[in-house]
Design a protein around this ligand. Sequence first.
Ligand code: 5GP
Ligand code: ZN
Length: 112
Amino acid sequence: MEDCIFCKIAKGEINSDKVYEDEKFVAFRDINPQAPVHILIIPKVHIPKLCDTEDANLLGEMILIANKIAEKENIKDRGYRIVINTNREAGQSVDHLHLHLLGGRIMKWPPG
Ligand code: 5GP
Ligand code: ZN
């Protein structure tokens, strides 16, 4: 989609620190990390929000990619968190579905 920053990252039109790519997904480091490991996993197809899809395979694959990356980043056993902010009150700021993978520090609960 034109003017979507994550579509541009997926196409390589905007630089990012990519840590994973396959035919359907890209993962890259967040520009404003909230933890020592903070990676965003996105589908290449433009889906604005979690509530806009019923594609269980796509959502499942995104989570499995997060597991793989957590292992690569050495946070699998220490602990990690996945987050999908959806809509305004949850703090979604980019309208292209993305899963946050966070780790490398002790996390608080409940989240802010
Ligand atoms: P949200 O707040 O929508 O859940 O998450 C959007 C995330 O995208 C934020 O954590 C923000 O730092 C990150 N972000 C926004 N623009 C860019 C960018 O151009 N490059 C990268 N790598 N991350 C971005
Ligand atoms: Zn997009």
